[in-house]
Design a protein around this ligand. Structure first.
Ligand code: HPA
Length: 277
């Protein structure tokens, strides 16, 4: 499914930050919440967290907000939810991720992150379902992202915009997550373009260059979040061992099922982490 309505982000003469500002304004109008504190992008398997972190006060189809794209996958939620946390903070749950592999360009991929920043968010939590390179990780294992390798050869930054990416995935926030669950392991997330899964040779390359996790999202979003000055927590749910590490072929169905099985446990974990921020 592709959206037929024109998206202002596709016009390169448009300032993407201005579109994000307008989106945040619409979000404030529709949710009645003028400032959000935390945003969460919930990837495969992480959806349950939204129900556990607090009281949902508004749910908005993302396509009602300027710049957002229609979901690429039938069954993808495609909503923005405003949640009141027990500690009084406001969380924005982004259930409408635009993937790089959809081919709509990086501006659309990072629009939700820029909208969150324009809505006042200071802490950005990026989650995903991904393949694991470490053989000790079983499907269903949540892992903290410690750093990334961006193999898309693309960037959300335009022009000569030089942004430091040291400690991109905040050591402070990882420390808080580990206080909640000391068994949490960490790994370097390697973003491939997709939508095909990697070949076993590509997985070996990722391993050789320092990757532990393979996926198709998050790295570009994290760069945009850093540019916007937000502190970032990244978490992957290992839905499968990466191609060639596991001996059987990968399937999207397997990824979805692993996500479903782990959903309650990792949802509860993420809710606890959010409560501690
Ligand atoms: N590779 C890339 N993306 C993924 C994988 C994988 O093995 N599993 C879930 N998303």
């Amino acid at each position: 499914m592709s959206d037929t309505i024109t998206n202002p982000l596709d016009d390169l003469a448009t300032d993407p930050f201005e579109v994000a500002r307008q989106a945040a304004e619409q979000l404030a109008e529709k949710t009645g919440v003028t400032k959000h504190d935390i945003a969460l992008t919930l990837g495969s398997g992480w959806g349950k967290a939204a129900d556990l972190i607090g009281e949902t006060t508004a749910t908005i189809p993302a396509t009602e907000i300027i710049g957002f794209s229609a979901p690429a996958l039938a069954g993808h939620v495609g909503t923005l939810r405003s949640i009141l946390l027990p500690n009084g903070k406001r969380a924005l749950v982004i259930g409408a991720r635009t993937h790089y592999y959809e081919g709509h360009g990086v501006r659309r991929v990072v629009h939700s992150v820029r909208t969150a920043a324009a809505a006042g968010v200071e802490t950005m939590i990026l989650t995903n379902g991904a393949g694991g390179i470490k053989e000790t990780w079983k499907p269903g294992t949540p892992v903290l992202i410690s750093d990334h390798i961006n193999l898309t050869a693309d960037s959300p930054l335009e022009g000569a915009t030089f942004i430091d990416l040291t400690d991109l995935y905040s050591a402070r926030l990882r420390g808080i997550a580990k206080q909640i669950d000391p068994s949490l392991d960490e790994g370097v997330y390697t973003q491939f373009r997709g939508p095909h899964y990697e070949t076993p040779a590509e997985v070996q390359m990722a391993k050789t260059i320092g990757g532990h996790i393979v996926g198709m999202s998050t790295a570009l979003e994290a760069i945009a979040a850093r540019q916007a000055g937000m502190e970032i927590l990244g978490m992957s749910l290992i839905t499968n061992l990466a191609a060639g590490i596991q001996k059987t072929p990968l399937s999207h169905q397997e990824v979805i099922e692993a996500g479903r099985e782990a959903e309650s446990v990792i949802g509860a974990l993420l809710a606890k982490i959010v409560g501690a921020l």
